[in-house]
Design a protein around this ligand. Structure first.
Ligand SMILES: [Zn+2]
Length: 235
């Protein structure tokens, strides 16, 4: 459950998480409980017989929206309350109440198809992001089943040589550029690509160290140079 929750929090789609669980042959809750209840795993669904059920985005949606993640006893999807109106606890919580609320908001935002504040706008930095080693442009490359992609040096894709082709997570690079732009201009609220182009915003990315630890919180800003117009801005 912890791994599933972490993947959802990291922005992986429910479809992608389901695929991974099926690949790893993790039992769905129903099949996991089957032996305890003296049943065989699997059963009939949509007129077909299965040895075991598969994870789907629907299964995951149910699991991730269940108050049982907070250790609550649940009946028909609702927390069971004791005489004093407190949740009946039956297990160690995977999430605190705050974490559960955050997760619900995330799932809701995604199912509504709305873009959260942190969700990257794809290709915002096309023509604005450059590779430090070759000076060429970087292009946006989507990642399957992630909300973010990467900006990568375009040289190899064009059959050209780059001595140190740079790449960086798109959400990190976009957040960095938007932050620098807003600070420099005092702008609040949404910023469009045409606005950045008009201001001659440019960000240069150098290649990360090989074998460097994967960062969790954000970009290594020592790899980045931000300029507007012709004048470089202090870091
Ligand atoms: Zn390059």
């Amino acid at each position: 459950m912890r791994a599933i929750v972490e993947q959802a929090q990291a922005g992986h789609s429910l479809t992608a998480i389901a695929r991974r669980l099926n690949d790893e042959e993790v039992l769905v809750p129903r099949d996991r409980h089957a032996p305890l209840q003296g049943r065989a795993t699997g059963g009939i669904r949509h007129g077909h017989s299965f040895d075991r059920f598969r994870w789907t985005s629907g299964t995951l949606s149910k699991v991730l929206r269940s108050p049982s993640l907070m250790g609550h006893r649940v009946h028909r999807g609702q927390t069971v309350l004791d005489e004093d109106g407190h949740p009946v606890l039956i297990g160690e919580p995977v999430l605190s109440e705050d974490e559960f609320d955050d997760l619900q908001a995330l799932l809701k935002a995604r199912s509504n198809g709305t873009r959260g504040e942190r969700r990257p706008t794809s290709a915002l930095l096309t023509r604005l992001a450059h590779c430090a080693a070759c000076g060429g442009r970087m292009y946006y490359r989507a990642r399957t089943s992630y909300l973010y992609g990467d900006y990568v040096c375009a040289a190899p894709a064009k059959g050209m040589r780059c001595p140190a082709a740079a790449a960086m997570r798109s959400d990190w690079l976009e957040d960095y550029v938007l932050d620098r732009y807003r600070t420099a201009t005092g702008t609040r609220g949404p910023v469009s690509r045409s606005e950045l182009l008009a201001a001659e915003v440019r960000v240069t990315v150098s290649k990360g160290r090989c074998g460097g630890a994967e960062r969790l919180a954000g970009p290594d800003t020592s790899r980045l140079t931000f300029t507007m117009g012709t004048k470089p801005l202090p870091a």
